[in-house]
Design a protein around this ligand. Structure first.
Ligand code: ADP
Length: 422
């Protein structure tokens, strides 16, 4: 004799709203049903296949596939042609019931559910109740259902095509990036190996007697190579941190006038060598803001170094700031080659560099010198971590007329107690 208890009636509820899921689960659980839930359409189809429920409750407004589409799909599967599928929706609009029935639903219930009558309604569908739909109505709504499906399919194809295009583009950018990183690392590596070789030669020739001058020259050369390599590696690490949302800010009072001055000092020699005219407005009157001074310096450093890189020898760079409400707008303007109108957003993407990488020079501060295409992505990450905004204004790219570019960094004076994650 088989004295095991009969298997409980199993109900699958496909619903993206956790509160509705909990309520229905609680109500049906208390009546002895076993309820399994799925939060979206694809998960719902796979749960249906796995659990073989006796009845399916179907939310209609679901992300990606909607409830009618899932129903049509389930009806095409061999085990689900007869399973009661009951639409459970907050959409009471005219025609939505007929549309759900035409798509293959057995019944149609509206949310919010009436807790007292809901179990008996479900029980009725379990025992063969099916909402009526005349043949004419069915035909008419099937046509609408088919049209909706085609429109959704068309939109999905557009979405996938543009996602695919974007992925191909990213793939190309990454390949270019690998080539550029190799170039960027090879230059200092050649420098280091050259100096090491020189040291070796000198030791051999002078029988271990090296002048202090010689040693210091070699050490300087080696240091230069190593620091260049460190810069490249640090840039890659920082962008990876930004991309993974693990850039932590150490907040404190920041005086932009000091940050800008620090950045400028690092470039003084290059500025003189390239005869650039740098004009910094009076930033000392700007309000002190709350931020991470080191990260903000790094952001301003990247924009300033771009201004230097993309401005021809003898050109000018202006840095001014203004308080706008409870924000500060720092403006870095150059008289360089400019940026095409349609690239103003993309230049802030990771790995994005304008122009062909064959023309990529590895001299960091020369006019149009090389870069990894990470600078502005780092800037954007840092500024957005401060709940600020960065953007560029530029008319066009023109290597003869030099229309120039103007970068704005807009920063709030105060940070919320929890800095936003990227
Ligand atoms: P890169 O390492 O290539 O300089 P960035 O992310 O710093 O990378 O900048 C992305 C692209 O934006 C650059 O390749 C360059 O074409 C353009 N760009 C950035 N700043 C300027 C500027 N001040 N003037 C002209 N072009 C600029």
């Amino acid at each position: 004799m088989d004295n095991s208890a009969p298997a409980p009636t199993k109900i699958l509820y496909i619903e993206d709203d956790p509160a509705s899921r909990r309520l229905v689960q609680r109500v049906l659980d208390s009546k002895g049903y076993q309820v399994v839930v799925a939060a979206d359409g694809l998960e719902g189809i796979s749960m249906a296949r796995q659990h073989h429920p006796n009845l399916i409750l179907m939310d209609i407004n679901l992300p990606s596939m909607d409830g009618r589409e899932i129903t049509t799909r389930l009806r095409s599967l061999p085990n689900f042609s007869e399973t009661p599928i009951v639409a459970l929706t907050a959409n009471h609009s005219a025609g939505s019931r007929e549309l759900a029935l035409a798509a293959g639903c057995t019944g149609f219930l509206t949310k919010p559910i009436d807790v007292t009558s809901f179990p008996s309604q479900v029980n009725a569908y379990l025992h063969g109740l099916a909402d009526p739909l005349s043949a004419n109505e069915k035909n008419e709504h099937l046509q609408r259902h088919a049209q909706n499906l085609v429109v959704r399919l068309e939109n999905k194809i557009h979405e996938l095509e543009s996602a695919n295009k974007r992925l191909r583009e990213l793939d190309r950018l990454k390949s270019d990036f690998i080539i550029m990183v190799s170039h960027e690392l090879r230059t200092p590596l050649t420098l280091i190996s050259g100096y090491a070789h020189l040291l070796d030669e000198q030791v051999k020739q002078t029988e271990n007697i090296l002048s202090a001058e010689m040693v210091s020259g070699v050490a300087e050369g080696l240091n230069l190579g190593v620091s260049r390599m460190r810069d490249v590696v640090n840039e890659i690490i920082k962008v990876a941190r930004i991309a993974s949302g693990t850039l932590d800010l150490a907040l404190g009072p920041v005086r932009l006038s000091e940050v800008v001055q620090d950045v400028y000092e690092e470039y003084r020699e290059v500025v003189e060598k390239r005869h650039l005219n740098i004009q910094i407005g009076d930033l000392s009157k700007l309000p002190i803001l709350q931020g991470d001074g080191t990260q903000l310096k790094s952001a301003i450093y990247h924009i300033f170094s771009n201004a230097i890189k993309y401005t021809p020898d003898g050109g000018s760079i202006f840095i001014v700031g203004r308080a706008v409400g409870d924000t500060v707008d720092l403006i870095i303007q150059d008289t360089g080659i400019g940026i095409p109108d349609n690239e103003h957003r993309r230049i802030f993407d990771q790995f994005y560099t304008l122009g062909s990488i064959e023309h990529h020079s590895t001299s960091k501060f020369a006019f149009q010198g090389g870069g990894l295409g990470l600078g502005l992505a780092i800037v954007k990450g840092i500024i957005e971590a401060h709940n600020g905004r960065v953007w560029v204004e530029s008319e066009r790219r023109d290597l003869e007329q030099f229309p120039g570019s103007t970068f704005h960094i807009l920063l709030p004076l105060e940070q919320a107690s929890q800095p936003a994650t990227l």
